[in-house]
Structures are given as structure tokens and as C-alpha cells.
Write a protein that binds this ligand. Structure first.
Ligand code: TNX
Length: 753
């Protein structure tokens, strides 16, 4: 559905509103965008006489609609088929997509057609979005005459929630699920167990409730802050089996399947704290109080397998889900290397190493679950050492895992950190609430293409769908979860549901702006960055400003003062020919909206020079390309991942800046991002040369501030035509997160003076 189409709809509706002044019709603003939507002349009025007609057994859909209308109107609705003034749910086997539906509304009736209850349910969700948000004191609801035909792009449309790091009450879990249903999502991935707490009641193992569910204290501030400080407060709890039942039933009534995750063999410190015999050292450990990856993982002993089978028996009793998630991620093999038990299992089963042992572990659990008619999902590490035969892979460390699994004819679900980690920052503003790091703005989620280009059509069928992940290390309250999940969940729903050709970010943004009212009504604490300004430097060295919602103005100054309603209205790109401070703000009818935009420009000697890098930046962190390193604009002072920071993964870099004419270079200033928690390392040694005949100089950082290593190079060369920089880090050392993996390198402006 294009923006132009939506604007046209509004125009048409305004015209009709003119013809019938008493009826104010809303421009349809459905999220996720339907396959096709056509606005016709006229409207249907839901009034006191309107009946509901459930011609077939569309029970969940009928109940949902009936409850909604009863709640909104305060009256009981008659269930009766009627030729006129009825909302009719009708079976239609010509609708081949199981989750597809059509809606036809005209002045007589609203007819919903589907071939399954799920399809009818999604029709109901669309219908509700055609109604005004505030239905209090309304006796009549006007629905525009409309024809919608719709079906999902992907069959797996998921949202995840980590309740180990922080937990939230059952009411909130239902609120989250309810919002997912509104957005036509159909899988809730409930991450119950991790190092910092075990959160599902398992009756056979009471110490999971008594010990594993509580930690003595929790890390304060960010993991990267040093020294680590703790709050000294006991934290924890768990969901009883009764509560879990209640949530599953609530989700089922909304066509949402609940997938439990029981992590193994890693992220198991809480369970080992309760039952030390499950670990390889036999020593007592505590439920973890800080975040990260821990070395206490399950030992591959018979005792562990029996424990996990018993746990999964209770889990399967509770969860009807075909899929059971068994984790598999981030399991350091340190303890297995020195454990007699682990080494014995390796020997007895002819395994090559600890990676094959992890694969043996996962395959053994898969066999058990398969024998009970269930399928496993695991994070992409389950590929290492050999993939379990029937496993579905959740690809989170980029998309390589997905490509490998799909080519080996395994199903995959796409949740890469680059586009699906809603624990990352969504704005560059310094006043954002504390988050783990990273940068994942709404537009990036929206533009996620879930089919990796390496897959051919046949392999692409293996991509079941997508999922947004909400890891909650830094989300102490449910309000904070809402802030991080919304509106990015809206974008992910459109990635999951809407056909690629129907996606349009401008249209989406304007629907989101209207959707705010709906989220307000649902009391959801969404983040609002819609009125922010974006800036880009064009090839003529002029700066372009834009904002996403329609019908607003941008006003700006270049003298450092704050713009007000009398400041210049932005109409054309602003030339950049000297140092300058640009400040800009969005205005709607002279009212400032959103926040002030500030951009500093440094007109240094390198601006506009020719730059080449031997490697392309990683496709998830391309910044504004190599030229962005000499465009006079520094990256964000608080996050990497914006348009000025370039990210490279595991590459040996050579960066060369060539000047048009030789000139004297006094000094070079640059910085690298350093966040070991996110596998990002500033170079140990930065090599630099500006003379083809002289050896490289090795430079150490002059200062380390926050997440930055700053380098200042006193060159004082009288005349130079180029500068060559070689920053390298290499492999992440043992004892750090991501140990053994290649490090990331992030760099922004190279300032040449
Ligand atoms: C990695 S994604 C993890 C989680 C963390 C998350 C933080 C995955 C399978 N493991 O344990 O919470 O990063 O972004």
C-alpha cells in the first residue's frame, strides 16, 4: 500500500465526509499493511440493532469480536444471521491461505470470509483497526465501505521475551500477547531460563523454585562501567504452572502459539546453583548477578540428561507447542575441556572435540523431544559440530547461520542482532534510557529483508519467518519493555506479514503516527522518535534535512542558537564550506515537536579527500560508506551503528586517504569504539604511514573515555599526498565475551589538521 494510495484514500474519504457531513470516516490505517485494500463509496454503521453472525465455527474470532464490542458498547450483542445490518463471519474454502481472509463492507453488511478461524481472527484485527480508537460514549461506529484481501508473507511471526534477567507479572505477559495479536503475530517465544534466574515452576525439582529463581544482588548501571557495582537486593520469582496455563489459554484465544525456551547446555548457572551436580566442577555456584556469558554449563552426564528430560516432560505437559526451544547459544567449552565426565563422553562416542560434544548433547535432547512428537528450535550455535537432524535454527549472529541451515534443508527463523534486537538503542539521543548498546532504529527494522540473498527460491522456502527479540538485562520494569518493544514491534509485524511490494516506510510512519492513539488507549509506553530530523551530506557537500511525518516544517539556524517559530524554514540543502553548528527542529503550526537536532561540522583538511578501504564495511553497519570517514561529521558520541560509524567484522583493514594536492599535515585525530561486551575492540596497535619510503609508526591511544579509544598522531610532515592507516585487533581473548571469535572494529571521522 503506497503512501500516495493512502493520501488518495484520505482525499476520497474527505470528499465523502463532505457529502455526508454528519459522518466522519477514518482513513484506513492498518498495521501490518494488508495485501490489497480498496476504499469504496459509502459506509457501514454499527448501531444498537447490528447483529453478529457466526455462520461457522470461527469460535476464537467470534468471541474476540463479541467481547470487544460488548466491552466498547456496554451491551450484549445478538448472534443472529441477518441479510442487513450484520457483521457476518463466513467460511470460504476458496481462500487458499490458511491465515488469509477478506473483508467486504458496504452500507448493508460487513462480511468477513476465511477458510480457518485464524484467518477470520486476522480479519477481526483489521476490522477493529478500521474503528475509531476512542469508542467511549459512541452509539454508532462508522466503518468505511471497503474491500480487503489479505494473507501473510511468512507463517512464523514471532516476538520473544526474556523473563530471566528481569521478570514481569502475568498481566503484563498478557498485555504483550494481546498487542502481538493485534499485529497478527502468531508465536510468543518465552525465554524462561538463564544464568540470572530460572522462572518456570518444575514440580519435580523444588530447588529450581527455592534457589534457582532468586539472585542475591543485581549489577547496577551498564556492564561496561567499571568497577562493577551491585544493588545488594534479592531479586526473583517464577511463573507457577497454573499461571503458565493461564497465559497459554490467553494466547490460544488469540491464535498465538507459546514456545518455551529451556536453555542448554549454556546459560545454565541458575540451575547449577540449585543442583551443583549438574555442572562439571561439582562446586557451589551462585545464581549470576551480572550479565554475560558464564563458564558454568551443564556437564554432559547421565544425571544431567535425566534432569533435562524430566524438566522437559513437565514443560511438554504444559505447552502444546510443536516447537520447544532448547537454546544452544554461548556455551563456553572451558570446563568440558578439563572434565573427566565430558572427556569420557567424547571418547565413548568417537567425537572429535568439545564442539562435537555440544552437537551430541543437542542431538540427544532432540531425539528425546522428537520421540514425544515435538521439534526443537535452537540458536545458530547448534550448527557448530554438526546440526541435529530435524532442528529449526534461529539465526541471531547475522544471517550466515540461516544460509548454512537452509542450504542443508533445515527450517530457519530470522532474528539477526542487526535488525531484530529490540534491546539495542533506537535513537542516537543522549537521553535515551540505558540499554545494552548497539543501534537499531525503527526504519532499519522496517527495511529488514528476511530472505538472505545467498538463498535460491527453493532454499528461501526454508525461511519460516522472523522474530523480534527482547533481552531484558537493562529492562527493569514492564514500562521499559514497552518502550523498547514499541514501535519496533509494529515494524517487525509488517516485515513478517506484508508482501514486500506493499511495504513503504513513508506510509508506515504515517500509520504509526495515527497508531499512537491506539497504543495510548492500550496504555502502552511506546517510544516516540517520529518527529526527529535526519540529516545527510549530499555529493555537493550540502546538508539535507528531512523528517518523516507529512505536513510539518523544519526550521533551522547555523549560528548555534535554538530555532524558534521565526527561524528560517528549511527548503534546500545547506552548503557546508566552513566549521558550523546546525540546529533544527520540526514545527507543526508554529508548535515545536520532538527534540532539537544538532549537528557539528568540522571543515578539516581531509574533507572531500579520496578514501579507499581494502574491505567493505559489514552490511549491517555500512555507515555512509568510506567517504563518511572524511565528510566533516563525527559519529554519535554515545553509540556506534549510526550513519557515521563504520563497522567491520574480523577484517584486517587498510584505510588510505589520498589528497588532491600535497600539503603539510600537522596532526591526525581519530577514535575507535571499544565495547568488549558487544565484541567490539579498539586496535591494540594502530599503524600509520604518510611516506612511501618510511616505515609504519605504531600508535597507542592517547586517552580512553567511555566506549572510545582516542588516537592523536603528531605527524608534522611538511608535504604529504596520502595517509595509510592499518588498525587491527584480531581474535577476542579467552575470558571475554565472544572469546575465540573475531573482534568487530568501529571507526568514525578521520580528522586531518
Ligand atoms: C546474546 S541472542 C544472547 C543473550 C543476551 C543478548 C543480549 C542469544 C542467543 N544470546 O543471552 O541477552 O545477546 O543482546
Amino acid at each position: 500500500m503506497s503512501a500516495r494510495f493512502l493520501i488518495l484514500c484520505s482525499l476520497i474519504l474527505t470528499l465523502f465526509s463532505c457529502a455526508e457531513p454528519q459522518v466522519k470516516l477514518l482513513s484506513p490505517s492498518i498495521i501490518p499493511a494488508p495485501q490489497s485494500l480498496q476504499v469504496n463509496a459509502g459506509h457501514f454503521t454499527i448501531n444498537e440493532e447490528t447483529t453478529l453472525s457466526n455462520n461457522d465455527d470461527f469460535t476464537a474470532s467470534y468471541n474476540f469480536l463479541n467481547n470487544f464490542l460488548e466491552h466498547a458498547s456496554g451491551r450484549t450483542w445478538k448472534t443472529k444471521y441477518s441479510e442487513t445490518n450484520s457483521i457476518i463471519l463466513e467460511y470460504d474454502d476458496s481462500i487458499s491461505s490458511k491465515e488469509g481472509y477478506s473483508i467486504e463492507s458496504n452500507e448493508h453488511n460487513i462480511t468477513i470470509k476465511a477458510s480457518t478461524d485464524a484467518g477470520a481472527f486476522y480479519a477481526v484485527q483489521s476490522l477493529l483497526q478500521l474503528m475509531p480508537v476512542d469508542l467511549n460514549n459512541t452509539t454508532e461506529i462508522h466503518i468505511p465501505a471497503i474491500t480487503i484481501k489479505d494473507e501473510p508473507r511468512f507463517k512464523y511471526r514471532g516476538m520473544h521475551l526474556d523473563v530471566s534477567r528481569h521478570m514481569y507479572d502475568v498481566e503484563f505477559i498478557k498485555k504483550y500477547i494481546n498487542a502481538m495479536a493485534m499485529l497478527k503475530m502468531n508465536n510468543f517465544h518465552w525465554h524462561f531460563t538463564d544464568d540470572q534466574g530460572w522462572r518456570i515452576e518444575i514440580k519435580k525439582y523444588p530447588r529450581l523454585q527455592e534457589v534457582a529463581a532468586y539472585r542475591d544482588s543485581t549489577l547496577l548501571g551498564h556492564y561496561n562501567d567499571t568497577p562493577h557495582q551491585y544493588d545488594g537486593k534479592k531479586y526473583g520469582g517464577f511463573y507457577t504452572q497454573e499461571e503458565v496455563h493461564e497465559v497459554i489459554a490467553f494466547a490460544k484465544a488469540r491464535h498465538i502459539n507459546v514456545i518455551p525456551e529451556i536453555e542448554m547446555p549454556g546459560h545454565a548457572q541458575a540451575a547449577i546453583a540449585a543442583y551443583p551436580e549438574l555442572g562439571c566442577t561439582g562446586e557451589n555456584v551462585q545464581v549470576a548477578m551480572k550479565w554475560g556469558v558464564f563458564e558454568d554449563i551443564y556437564c554432559p552426564s547421565e544425571e544431567t540428561f535425566t534432569f533435562l528430560e524430566n524438566v522437559l516432560d513437565e514443560v511438554m505437559e504444559l505447552f502444546p507447542s510443536k516447537y520447544i526451544h532448547i537454546g544452544g547459544d554461548e556455551a563456553p567449552k572451558t570446563q568440558w575441556k578439563t572434565s573427566d565426565v565430558a572427556q569420557q563422553v567424547i571418547k565413548e562416542n568417537g567425537l572429535k572435540d568439545e564442539h562435537e560434544l555440544q552437537s551430541y548433547f543437542i542431538q540427544r535432547m532432540e531425539k528425546y523431544l522428537n520421540s514425544k512428537g515435538r521439534q526443537i528450535i535452537g540458536w545458530d550455535e547448534i550448527l557448530e559440530g554438526g546440526l541435529a537432524p530435524n532442528a529449526t535454527v534461529m539465526s541471531w549472529r547475522g544471517t550466515n547461520g540461516a544460509v548454512e541451515a537452509a542450504k542443508a534443508r533445515h527450517d530457519v527463523i530470522m532474528t539477526p542482532t542487526s535488525h531484530a534486537y529490540f534491546d539495542y538503542y533506537q535513537s542516537e539521543n543522549d537521553d535515551e534510557p540505558l540499554a545494552i548498546g548497539g543501534f537499531l532504529p525503527l526504519e532499519k527494522v522496517y527495511n529488514f529483508n528476511p530472505i538472505p540473498q545467498e538463498l535460491n527460491d527453493e532454499e528461501a522456502i526454508r525461511v519460516l519467518g522472523v522474530q523480534g527479540n527482547v533481552w531484558t538485562e537493562y529492562m527493569t520494569t514492564s514500562e521499559q519493555v514497552e518502550y523498547m518493544a514499541f514501535p519496533r514491534m509494529l515494524a517487525m509485524s509488517e516485515v513478517a506479514w506484508s508482501a514486500d511490494e506493499n511495504k513503504n516506510y513513508d506510509s508506515f510512519i504515517n500509520r504509526v503516527e495515527y497508531f499512537h492513539k491506539r497504543l495510548d488507549e492500550m496504555d502502552i509506553n511506546y517510544a516516540n522518535h517520529l518527529y526527529e530530523i535526519e540529516g545527510t551530506l549530499n555529493e555537493n557537500q550540502a546538508y539535507e534535512l528531512s523528517t518523516k511525518t507529512i505536513g510539518k516544517e523544519i526550521r533551522f539556524t547555523t549560528d548555534g542558537s535554538e530555532p524558534d517559530s521565526s527561524s528560517t524554514v528549511y527548503e534546500a540543502p545547506i552548503p557546508f564550506t566552513a566549521d558550523m553548528t546546525l540546529k533544527a527542529q520540526v514545527f507543526d503550526d508554529d508548535e515545536p515537536l520532538g527534540r532539537l537536532f544538532t549537528q557539528e561540522f568540522l571543515y578539516h583538511k581531509g574533507v572531500g579527500a579520496t578514501i579507499s578501504i581494502n574491505k567493505e564495511p559489514h552490511k549491517s553497519y555500512p555507515g555512509s560508506g568510506a567517504n563518511g570517514l572524511v565528510n566533516g561529521i563525527k559519529g554519535s558520541d554515545s553509540r556506534y551503528g549510526d550513519s557515521e560509524w563504520l563497522g567491520f567484522w574480523g577484517e584486517d583493514l587498510k584505510i588510505r586517504v589520498d589528497f588532491e594536492q600535497e600539503f603539510g599535515v600537522n596532526e591526525i585525530e581519530l577514535r575507535f569504539y571499544h565495547a568488549p561486551g558487544q565484541w567490539i575492540y579498539a586496535p591494540n596497535d594502530l599503524k600509520i604511514s604518510s611516506d612511501p619510503h618510511a616505515p609504519f609508526s605504531k600508535i597507542k591511544p592517547v586517552s580512553k573515555s567511555g566506549n572510545f579509544y582516542n588516537y592523536k598522531i603528531d605527524l608534522k610532515v611538511a608535504s604529504s599526498a596520502f595517509i595509510l592507516l592499518v588498525p587491527n585487533y584480531g581474535t577476542i581473548p579467552d575470558g571475554h565475551q565472544g572469546a575465540g571469535n573475531k573482534a568487530w572494529t568501529f571507526i568514525d571521522e578521520i580528522i586531518i589538521k
